[in-house]
Write a protein that binds this ligand. Structure first.
Ligand SMILES: Cc1ncc(COP(=O)(O)O)c(C=O)c1O
Length: 397
């Protein structure tokens, strides 16, 4: 008998609700900032946005967006190679490349699109892709999308010995692509970039770095993981997003050599079959980069706020995972518990998210705090006082 398709979906949804692991959406009713209004909850301090530098509601960014909308209209209206390439795509791509000290860049509708575009487009039969086990889902999907003759390997999280073993096991004649997040999105820790670069050099591998949570956040002037470690070269490909520190609106990119970017424009499927990034989003991203270049102090300010939050959490008896990014996760164990704690926090006016399976492995569900430079120290203190009050809800930490 054929399985009942609709019944299976309905059963799964019911089970999620029974188990307390259903993700209910909350509806924001104004701009993302230090605080936001949420339907049915009222105003809350935001500790779960990707708006790391607080640019999502910055006057300069909004003004630039208005001007771009007037000039270019709603969207690109076409795929890039058909009729959807604008002067502002070129301007953004050149600006981004120079900001990241790469030869060129190419934009996509998101970093999800960039990762799932680039990995399969760059590898051919006999090649190998080697990926950190905690890499973002878009990298995992990019690796899954390679053609059947490409070898795939996963190394234990930040385990350099395991990475070396996987490099040794790779096909001798094919190219090797090593892929890592710069800042790991669920852990907040930073890839061991200098060691990864030297292993890639030793085995003649190409290195791809996803700096989605790093660009604008780490490194003295917000240039990301390379700047954090003071390395000038050794990374062949950087992927990233405009949906986090760089304006928080949307869009993604690959920054690499001119030839890599050109072949991606010729060959990668999301570029060939999906509309170009709307010019208004190009303008937001461009203005965000310019703002960051003129105001590098916001990166330091974000770092200081993150250090403050980490220190105060520890003084209150919490044990956040160690890390030097703006992601501060507190492990609570059970998925339903993480979701329930986040709900309690929201009732107290603090917006944080509980992450559980399948986003993180079962048993390591967490409240992931993300610090933003939009937050004032008063906002952080208010969040801390709520967390102190809810200490027993986090029991076991
Ligand atoms: C490491 C990493 N890569 C890629 C993405 C996807 O970015 P985008 O929202 O631009 O698709 C994310 C988003 O959470 C991420 O954390």
């Amino acid at each position: 008998m054929r399985r009942d398709f609709y019944q299976a979906i309905s059963d799964e949804l019911n089970n999620l609700k029974i188990n307390g692991t259903y993700k209910f959406f909350k509806h924001n009713t104004n701009a993302m900032d230090n605080k936001i209004n949420i339907e049915d909850y009222g105003e809350a301090i935001v500790l779960c946005s990707n708006n790391y530098l607080g640019l999502a509601n910055k006057k300069e960014i909004i003004e630039a967006a208005h001007i771009a909308l007037e000039k270019y209209g709603a969207g690109a209206g076409s795929v890039r190679f058909i009729a959807g390439t604008y002067d502002i795509h070129r301007e953004l791509e050149e600006k981004l490349a120079s900001f990241l000290n790469m030869e060129a860049s190419i934009t996509y509708s998101s970093c999800w699109a960039a990762n799932t575009a680039a990995i399969p487009a760059l590898l051919s039969n006999g090649d190998t892709v080697i990926s950190d086990e905690l890499n973002h889902a878009s990298i995992i999907d990019g690796c899954r999308a390679v053609s059947r003759g490409v070898n795939r390997a996963v190394y234990k999280h930040s385990d350099m010995q395991d990475l070396e073993e996987k490099l040794i096991q790779s096909n001798e004649s094919g190219a090797i692509l090593v892929v890592t997040d710069g800042v790991f999105s669920m852990e907040g820790d930073i890839a061991k970039l200098p060691e990864i670069i030297s292993l890639c050099r030793k085995y003649n591998a190409i290195l791809m770095l996803d700096d989605s949570h790093a660009t604008g956040v780490i490194g003295k002037t917000g240039k990301g993981t390379m700047e954090y470690f003071n390395v000038n070269d050794g990374v062949d490909i950087i992927s990233g997003t405009f949906g986090k520190a760089l304006g928080g609106a949307g869009g993604g990119f690959i920054a690499a050599s001119k030839d890599i970017c050109s072949i991606l424009a010729q060959r990668s499927r999301p570029h060939l079959f999906s509309n170009g990034l709307p010019p208004v989003l190009c303008s937001i991203a461009l203005t965000a980069i310019e703002y960051l270049e003129s105001n590098p102090a916001i990166v330091k300010s974000l770092k200081e706020k993150t250090l403050y939050m980490r220190k105060k959490l520890k003084e209150s008896g919490y044990a956040p995972l160690e890390g030097d990014s703006a992601i501060v996760p507190i492990i609570v164990g059970d998925t339903a518990k993480a979701i329930a704690i986040a709900q309690e926090m929201l009732k107290e006016g603090i917006y944080a998210t509980g992450f559980g399976f399948p986003v993180v492995p079962e048993g390591s569900a967490r409240i992931r705090l993300q610090i933003s430079d939009a937050l004032s120290y008063e906002d952080l203190d208010e969040a801390l006082s709520v967390m102190k009050k809810l200490k027993k809800e986090f029991a076991g930490i």
